[in-house]
Design a protein around this ligand. Structure first.
Ligand SMILES: [Zn+2]
Length: 412
């Protein structure tokens, strides 16, 4: 049974269809390629205009160079901006987040990657799926809802951020400065509206640098072979620690069932030695440890580092650990009514019930999660078309996503 408001909402979206497509097209036409992070100001100004046209409050925040410098070399030349928007204050507050940077277009496109050409109901262009479709959806959802503000029982705000494709500088600054107040966050990255990401694995990336002493290989008694010691250490990690780690299975549902185990891979990066007749002075190997939402990132770090310390002592090895990156895992616990209602609304509109599951790779959901904001990822577009030549998005999906979001938010 469709309510009176819902009927009006659908009529409104029908009237606005062309405008939604135009917004998407105009956004795709701004080449916000990252690196280096170009045309960002033009993009946030354009998005701001679309929002302010409907009386939605906006604020453009320039990320200070002092902060940006920790992530990029030249923020003076390529400044970073965050666009904040607020439709209504209230409780609970739902936040929409999207990144407006796109990976470089590359060569070999059938159409100009920044023309937004439409063929057979698909809009082509770099960022169409990842994730200007999701951003057009956020902007259009807020625009439509601005006309139904009195029927809203919740708070709604949004952020458009740069640099998800590289360093997550945008969302990191957004959260560090508490620019978002929200109970829930919906990141509209592409999930084809057919699945809802409710979590992701964390990651622990480090390098182990085993130290030795260089000498001529004909007189090994004068040196210390870092490679030979390093492989003994690596071997003990593989034989003794890896089986323990990979025996852990998550209690949560993953989109890819193979991903339910914790993993650890050695040697993605290796370096050492210079010449056959020289005893290597240093041997370095990397460790990529993926952490389950059921695990604790600090415990995972300690487990690994303590093992290396103990084994090195036994083997008489001196070493240094360089931490490349540590990102915590995340999972939405007790999604409850919020998740059920979104899923049911999507099913009603598209005919497909989206499957909730944990994602294998790291996503910015974890950054929101670490701030106590319950984050999910759900949006129009196809993840498999991200970063490839001839990226595109089904226009119907963008329109459907607006129908879903508007109806869902009005029913909360
Ligand atoms: Zn993306």
């Amino acid at each position: 049974m469709i309510s009176e408001t819902e009927k009006k909402v659908f009529e409104k979206i029908e009237q606005e269809k062309d405008k939604i497509v135009q917004i998407l097209k105009e956004l795709v036409k701004i080449p916000t390629q990252n690196p280096p992070g170009e045309n960002y100001e033009e993009f946030v100004m354009k998005a701001k205009d679309y929002l302010e046209e409907r009386g939605i409050r906006t604020n453009i925040v320039k990320v200070p160079n002092s902060f940006a410098k920790e992530f990029i070399e030249n923020p003076e030349e390529y400044p970073r901006y965050i666009l904040l928007a607020e439709l209504k204050k209230g409780s609970p507050t739902i936040h929409f987040n999207g990144h407006y940077d796109v990976v470089p277009a590359g060569e070999g496109w059938q159409f100009n990657p920044f023309s937004g050409k439409i063929v057979d109901g698909k809009l082509y262009g770099r960022g169409a799926s990842d994730m200007k479709g999701g951003i057009a959806s956020i902007i259009s959802t807020l625009r439509i809802l601005s006309e139904f503000e009195d029927s809203l029982n919740i708070g709604i705000n949004a952020s458009l951020v740069p640099d998800e494709e590289t360093t997550s500088l945008g969302t990191k600054y957004l959260l560090k400065e508490n620019l978002v107040t929200a109970d829930y966050a919906i990141i509209t990255e592409p999930t084809l509206l057919k699945s809802i990401d409710i979590g992701c694995k964390g990651g622990l990336w480090l390098q182990v640098k085993v130290k030795g002493k260089a000498a001529h290989a004909s007189r090994p008694w004068l040196g210390e072979n870092a490679f030979e010691k390093g492989i003994l250490l690596a071997n003990s990690i593989l034989k003794e620690l890896k089986p323990v780690i990979t025996s852990r299975v998550s209690e949560y549902d993953f989109h890819d069932p193979k991903s339910r185990r914790a993993t650890m891979e050695l040697g993605g990066y290796v370096k050492g030695g210079s010449k056959t007749n020289v005893i290597p002075e240093e041997f370095c190997f990397s460790i990529d440890r993926r952490v389950l939402p059921d695990e604790n990132i600090n415990e995972a770090y300690d487990e690994l580092v303590n093992f290396i310390e103990q084994k090195s002592k036994e083997l008489g090895i001196s070493y240094e650990i360089v931490v490349e990156d540590i990102e915590p895992p995340y999972v939405l616990k007790n999604g409850g009514r919020f998740l059920d209602l979104l899923s049911a609304t999507a099913e009603r509109i598209t005919g497909v019930k989206p499957q909730a599951g944990v994602k294998t790779g790291f996503t910015e959901m974890a950054l929101f999660g670490a701030r106590g904001i319950k984050a999910i990822t759900f949006g129009p577009g196809n993840e498999n078309l991200a970063h490839v030549v001839n990226e595109h998005i089904e226009i119907k999906e963008v329109i459907d996503s607006v129908r879903i979001f508007v109806t869902f938010l009005l029913s909360l």
